[in-house]
Design a protein around this ligand. Structure first.
Ligand code: HEC
Length: 166
């Protein structure tokens, strides 16, 4: 008799406990995710505020514009040209990737928007065209927002830091 009662008791006590445990793990994972995205960024001893969340509507607008104006050279998936690090015979460089494997995230916003608006430097025969006559500043901003949405947290935070310290 005693054995039977204990057996019945066991699931009644442990099920809510298991449910609470699962819930605690989910909440902890969620809080850690929030923390990774929302923490101040410190590099070389210099701290800047947390990188702000990207605007979903700007990212969506930028995705369409990127496909229309940039994908032909920089790749539909931001992958860049094969061998993009190798200088071509005419001294120019092939289009680099804009995802985390490239170097776009090394540069501050101002420099990137300047290249998008005015094109690459003629000093090395750059084939990057300027878009200031084709796109508005808001549209160029949206494309950059989309590009940022394709970086990992480390690249996003580094580029945010560089934008705020240069
Ligand atoms: C005709 C081909 C072509 C098109 C179209 C083009 N690019 Fe480029 N882009 C290049 C080339 C080639 C380079 C590398 C040469 C250089 O660094 O100047 C480059 C370089 C860049 C760079 C600087 C390198 C980096 O990643 O730091 C940025 C930023 C850039 N492009 C953004 C864009 C954006 C945004 C668009 C669309 C609005 C675009 N490009 C459309 C060819 C193109």
């Amino acid at each position: 008799m005693r054995k039977k009662r204990q057996k019945q008791k066991f699931p009644r006590v442990s099920l809510p406990l298991i449910a609470a445990g699962v819930l605690a793990v989910i909440i902890a994972a969620f809080l850690m995710r929030q923390d990774a995205a929302g923490r101040p960024v410190t590099i070389n001893g210099v701290t800047v505020p947390p990188a702000p969340a990207l605007s979903a509507s700007k990212v969506a607008q930028g995705e369409g514009l990127y496909a229309q104006y940039c994908a032909a050279c920089h790749g539909a998936n931001l992958e860049g040209a094969p061998d993009w690090k190798k200088t071509l015979a005419d001294g120019s460089l092939p289009p680099p990737p804009h995802d985390g494997t490239g170097h776009t995230w090394h540069h501050p916003d101002g420099q990137l928007l300047n290249i998008i608006a005015n094109g690459g430097s003629p000093s090395y025969n750059s084939k990057m065209p300027g878009f200031s006559n084709v796109l508005t500043e808001d549209e160029m901003d949206a494309i950059l927002e989309y590009i940022k949405s394709r970086w990992g947290t480390d690249e996003r935070e580094f580029q945010w830091w560089v934008t705020n310290t240069r």
